[in-house]
Structures are given as C-alpha cells and as structure tokens.
Design a protein around this ligand. Structure first.
Ligand code: PLP
Length: 489
C-alpha cells in the first residue's frame, strides 16, 4: 500500500527464532536499523515472516497468474535486472514488446495492413492500460470540442456499476465523470440499452467489460455497438467504445471465436487486456491496443531516441521491469493459439465441475454464467443463520482464500462468494474445495446462529444483551464493509 498505517507501538521490534544464530538484537520494525546484519539473517527473518502469507496457488480470489513453467521462470530471473525503458541498451526486449503488441492486435482483429504495425503498448497491468485509453478518448474529445467552439470541461464516461475500481481511479485522477448504469437483481452487468440512453454530447466513450470482475460475465458488446451506432446517426455524435477485456481478452478469442466483441465492431476503438491474468504471466503486465493511429492523439506520445531512430512511447511510468514482457512473449510462442485454447478449455471444464459440485449442495444459487471468464460466483440460498462472509472465513481454516463481497449499489443486498479458476486449479482441487465447503456448511449449521446467540443473551440480561447485540451487529457491519472493498481484483 502507498498509504501505510503505523502499529500502536511504533517502537515495536522484530524477533526471529532461527536468525538468532546470526543476530542477537531484535530489529526495529518501522525504523531503518543502525547497522548491517548478515545476509543469511536478513534472508531468514524475511522468509520466516512471509510464511504467514497465504499460499498463492490456493488464492482463489485472484485472476492473476501464480504458476509458470520453470523455463519461463528462468527467463524472468535472467531479465530481472533490465529496466524496460532503456530501449537503446535492450533493443531485443523492445522488439519482443512490439511483437507481442502485434500478436494481440491480430488476435483482436485490428484492421492492420500487411506491412503495417499495430498500435499498442505494454503496461504494468490493465489499470495503467485503462488510464492511457481513457486519456486518449478525453484528449480526442476535447480537441474536437475546442475545434467546434463548444464547452470541453465536463467529459463523462458511461459504464456499468460493476466496473473495476481502476475506472473510478481514472475518473477521479483525470477529472472525468463516471456515469454508471445501475445493476439490478439477476442482471449484474451493464445493460446496453440503458447505457446508450445515458450517452450525451459530453460522453468520451462507453466502457464495456468482457468478463465482469464480479461474476465473469461478458457484456453484450455487439448490441452496444449497434445501439450506439443508431444513436450516433441520429445525433451526429461519434461516441466510441472501449472494451475492458482485462480477463476476457485472453478467453474469448480461443474458445468463443465467433463472438464479436473486438475490433470487428466499428465503434470499438481501444481494448485493454491483462497479460498477468489469462495471458498466463506473473503479476506486472497488461496491454492497451488501439484500432488505428487515428485513435491515439499524437500529443500524448513521447518520442525517445532509440538506436538513433525514433521510439514512440505512451506510458504513465518511466522505469519498469522487462521480465513480464519477456515472459509474455515466451507464453505466446510456447503455447501458440492451440496451447492457449487447451489451457482455457481445461479451465472451463474445471469451472463446470466446481459449479456443479457447489450447485449440488443445494445450498447456493449460482450467479455466474456458462459463457464468460472461468469464474464461479455463488450466493447462499438461505443467509438467515450465517452469511457468505462466515463461509469465506471458515474456508480459510483449510487454506482456501475465497472472497466474499456484496454487489454494487442497487444490487447491494446480494452477497456472493467467488472462485476464479486459473490454469493451476486442477479438477482434484475443485473436488476438494467442494468437500471442504460441505464440511464448513455442516459446522456452521451446528453452531447457534448470530440471531439465536443474541436471543440467548437477551434472556440472560436484557440491557446488557442489547448493548452486546449492537456490538455484534457493528462488528458484522464493519466486516461486511471491509469485505466490500477488498478481495476482488
Ligand atoms: C474488468 C477488470 N478491469 C480492470 C482490472 C484491473 O486489472 P489489473 O489488475 O491488470 O490492473 C480488473 C482486475 O481484476 C478487472 O477485473
């Protein structure tokens, strides 16, 4: 976190059992130690502390890759000391990035001529890619409005209320209003009809999601394109579409090739995708791809000298690692189209097995759809005695990290659990998770519910019980509030 909080006792020290072979004095926790310690001690102290982190392979909260082949790990380690921005010094890494951009642009059906280069850039993740795409839309819209002599200070983006937090960040940091289409019961993605109704002359783009973070569902980009084209014709505007394909961008091309969601649709001007999700690379890589040069305003591009030639760049960061770009290229050539399809199809099979197991308990309603990102989102049929937050908490005991959260406003009364199926989540793990879920349900069933416990207290001491009940309620409210903003990425 950028904004840290201090422990109650800032003078607190760190003790490490095994490192005591090398150091005898405890280390201050929040101040730099006065003197050096042996490297073995530093290693041991940190390794011991990190043991308390969760196991990434059992972290079912995250779309982000937690396993790569050892050969790819070796490439990552071999390039860990290369700064990507030093293009003059590392021209091959730059070339690999350019190859990746072109491969992805072709995968997304960008209209590129035989001799033409695709327009796109490697980023730290989809969040940076979204900031860049948003800036391109804002600049283009403002330029046009200025040229027309019209006001250009109130740009907005139309999205669904299910957008990931990075869109809210973009809106706040770059002063663009986010106009969110509300969700409703049994409809947890953006409704294209309502979205197009909300478009006005200040709308810089409609942002639609291929693979909603909350349920994995694909939004209907084709219908959006059609409705928006009609509105553009009627009004004379030319409102474009951005597709946030953070997780779906490396799913749909391989297993739903007929689904039209990308540059095949004329209003789609830019797409972001996370290389570190189903692009199958460790955390730290995303991609922003534009339909054509015309969709990326020239004034946003910085030109740096690269081997005596001009290298255009468009990023928020200057320095960044090279490893993830190299790893992305490894995955592309190692797996090819067929390899990605096999991996994704396997994820979908495991998703179906898990979904059927969860549905088979008879205790949950499945909210995720059959077509979409390999995710199972499910809510308790009866949350009277305990909630999904209790289930999530109890699953921790078996090592599983399964987030529980409430849906965005208007559907905020729906609380769900979500399991993301990644390449490294096997059928065996799916079966084990279902069996642990059954154990947890049986245990929670056997406990006195929160309501029953409060009633018991009331019988013993009405006044005291009321205060305690309030305390319990506050605890749960706080817990639920905390969960609303954490766990889903
Ligand atoms: C739909 C969507 N957009 C954007 C993001 C942000 O992606 P990243 O973590 O690659 O920055 C996420 C993350 O889960 C997402 O699900």
């Amino acid at each position: 976190m950028v904004v840290t909080t201090m422990a109650a006792d800032p003078g607190e020290s760190l003790y490490s059992t095994f490192a005591s072979r090398y150091v005898q004095t405890p280390l201050p926790r929040f101040k730099m130690p006065e003197t050096a310690i042996p490297r073995e001690a530093a290693f041991q102290i940190i390794s011991d502390e990190l043991m308390l982190d969760g196991n990434p392979r059992l972290n079912l909260a995250s779309f982000v890759t937690t396993w790569m082949e050892p050969e790819c790990d070796r490439l990552v380690m071999a390039s860990i000391n290369k700064n990507y921005v030093d293009m003059d010094e590392y021209p091959v890494t730059t070339e690999l990035q350019n190859r990746c951009v072109n491969m992805i642009a072709h995968l997304f059906h960008a209209p590129i001529g035989e001799e033409e280069a695709a327009v796109g850039v490697g980023t730290v993740g989809s969040s940076e890619a979204i900031m860049l795409a948003g800036l391109a839309f804002k600049t283009k819209w403002q330029k046009k409005r200025k040229a027309q002599g019209k006001p250009f200070h109130s740009p907005n983006i139309v999205t669904g209320a299910n957008v990931q937090v990075c869109w809210e960040k973009f809106a706040r940091y770059f002063e663009v209003e986010l106009k969110e289409v509300k969700l409703r019961d049994d409809f947890y993605v953006m409704d294209p009809v309502k979205a197009v109704e909300m478009v006005d002359e200040n709308t810089i783009c409609v942002a639609t999601i291929l693979g909603s973070t909350l349920t994995g569902e694909f939004e209907d980009v084709r219908l959006l394109n059609q409705l928006l084209s009609d509105k553009n014709k009627e009004t004379g505007w030319d409102t474009p579409i951005h597709v946030d394909a953070a997780s779906g961008g490396f799913i749909a091309p391989f297993i739903y090739p007929e689904l039209e969601w990308d540059f095949r649709l004329p209003l789609v001007k830019s797409i972001n995708v996370s290389g570190h999700k189903y692009g199958l690379v460790y955390a730290g890589v995303g991609w922003a791809i534009w339909r054509s040069k015309e969709d990326l305003p020239e004034e946003l591009i910085f030109h740096i000298n690269y081997l005596g030639s001009d290298q255009p760049t468009f990023t928020l960061n200057f320095s960044r690692g090279s490893s993830q770009i190299i790893a992305q290229y490894y995955q592309f050539i190692r797996l090819g189209f067929e390899g990605y399809r096999n991996v994704i199809e396997n994820c979908m099979k495991n998703t179906r097995a898990l979904r059927d197991g969860i549905a088979g308990t008879g205790r949950f309603t499945i909210l995720s759809k059959d077509v979409g990102v390999p995710v199972v989102a499910f809510s308790l049929v009866d949350a009277g005695k305990y909630t999904v937050f209790d289930v999530s908490e109890s699953l921790r005991r078996f090592g599983w990290i399964v987030p529980a959260y409430t849906m965005p406003p208007a559907a905020g009364h729906i609380a769900v659990l979500r399991v993301v199926i990644r390449e490294d989540f096997s059928r065996g793990l799916a079966e084990r998770l279902v069996s642990h879920l059954c154990k947890v349900l049986a245990e929670l069933d056997a406990l006195p519910g929160r309501t029953a416990a409060a009633a018991h207290l009331a019988a013993a001491d009405a006044g005291k019980a009321a205060a305690e009940e309030e305390e319990i309620a506050t605890f749960w409210r706080r817990l639920a509030d905390r969960r609303k903003t954490s766990g889903v990425c």
